[in-house]
Design a protein around this ligand. Structure first.
Ligand SMILES: *Cc1c(COP(=O)(O)O)cnc(C)c1O
Length: 395
């Protein structure tokens, strides 16, 4: 279905649209798929798990049977911790590439794991580049792995993972990717971008509901990772080995979430896969950003780094603008938005992912326009300090 086809039906039950990057607005049929109870040991449920894993490996582009998928209960961070704890040997060392909250969380995870790591922190809104990753690896031969965040959801910046991958493998190191908020909508094909493992979760671009994450990993790396894990429950090798043997999850699976995810994957394929899903989100972003700019809002990032996942806008300088009130007005009009995370100036964020299209995004812009008028905000232009902050990011 082309991205510009008829509008998706509004979420039912009077729900607002979630313009937040997961949990997000899901299709009614995805919610409906949760109306049945499943036995976790039952052959029907085991087949559902297998289907999900097969489809996810296919989405990563593996056609040679070199990659496997291991689902893991919990939110996305559980799977990130499982990935780091399983693939990095206890005497390994990780270079963490951070430019926002999720990169810093990966570093914090390493600290909890008690394993060696070092950090490149680019602040909130600059991408880590291949050359600086290369220089850091040259300077420290002890680094075995690099973890990169694909889309840094806290700002919406899309990091250059292909360039990072080249720098990593040119020096014989290994790449792990947190593609939580990108996988399923932005290409991460193993034939084009080399990596050992990547992690995502049910409630991001595949448009399922929250409850589990998954790691798509090179089979040989996973086989070699036996015994690395610090944790019983988060041991991906053990989860995988048990699944291979029994077809079951090791511990209680989120059965309803799995059923919903299967339906979400069906809709993803029906839409046209990664390319079509990504194209819809790009269109969502373009229509929303263009509309917001037309009423005077400005984005933090330059177009080049704007992801089709979530966009950060400066709050207007006008003293009549109060974010909490803007939030409530938007909610009353049917849209849940997200506060910002900038340190110097106030901002807010609008997500582009979930079961919605450009028609919805036009209504979002219209709602923002009305909310400004109701607050008595004459201009949505940001304060001088915001412009100065952005000038610092001029690269
Ligand atoms: C959502 C997300 C996570 C995981 O967050 P949870 O709240 O644990 O689901 C990790 N990394 C990125 C980049 C994300 O967008």
């Amino acid at each position: 279905m082309p991205a510009s086809a008829a509008p998706f039906p509004a979420p039912r039950l009077g729900e607002p649209y979630l313009l937040t990057p997961g949990p997000l607005t899901t299709a009614f049929s995805t919610k409906e798929a949760m109306l049945k109870d499943w036995g976790s040991w039952d052959a029907d449920f085991r087949a559902m798990t297998k289907s999900i894993c097969d489809q996810l490996v296919a989405l990563a582009g593996d056609t040679r049977g070199e990659f496997v998928c291991v689902p893991m209960q919990g939110s996305g961070s559980f799977s990130v911790e499982a990935m780091l704890g399983t693939f990095v040997a206890r005497d390994g060392k990780v270079l963490v590439l951070a430019n926002g909250a999720y990169g810093l969380r990966a570093a914090e995870t390493m600290r909890y794991l008690g394993r060696a790591h070092t950090l490149i922190d680019k602040g909130d809104y600059m991408p880590p580049r291949g050359d600086e990753v290369g220089a850091a690896l040259d300077a420290d031969p002890g680094i075995t792995h690099v973890i990169a965040i694909h889309c840094e959801t806290s700002s919406g910046i899309l990091n250059p993972v292909a360039e990072i991958s080249e720098a990593v493998y040119a020096r014989g190191r290994k790449l792990l990717i947190d593609s939580m908020s990108a996988f399923g909508a932005i290409d991460l094909d193993v034939n084009r971008i080399r990596y050992e493992a990547m992690v995502s979760s049910a409630n991001k671009c595949i448009e399922g509901v929250p409850g589990f994450g998954f790691v798509v990993a090179r089979r040989s790396e996973l086989e070699a990772a036996k015994g690395n894990s610090h944790s019983l429950a988060l041991d991906l090798h053990a989860q995988w080995a048990y699944m291979e043997k029994t077809g079951q999850w090791r511990y209680t699976p989120p059965t309803h979430v799995v059923a919903a995810f299967l339906e979400a994957l069906r809709l993803h394929a029906e839409e046209g896969g990664v390319a079509a899903r990504g194209a819809r989100y790009v269109r969502n972003r373009d229509v929303m950003v263009e509309g917001m700019r037309a009423i005077g809002f400005e984005t933090l990032l330059k177009d080049r780094w704007l992801s089709p996942i979530i966009v950060t806008f400066f709050c207007p300088a006008d003293p009549n603008f109060v974010f909490a009130r803007f939030y409530e007005l938007m909610k009353a009009k049917g849209f849940i938005i997200y506060p910002g995370k900038l340190t110097v100036v106030d901002s807010f964020r609008i997500g582009c992912i979930g079961r919605m299209d450009e028609h919805v995004m036009r209504k979002v812009v219209q709602a923002a326009k009305e909310a400004l008028a109701e607050m008595g905000v004459a201009s949505a232009a940001p304060p001088e300090a915001a412009i100065a902050e952005r000038a610092k990011l001029a690269a």
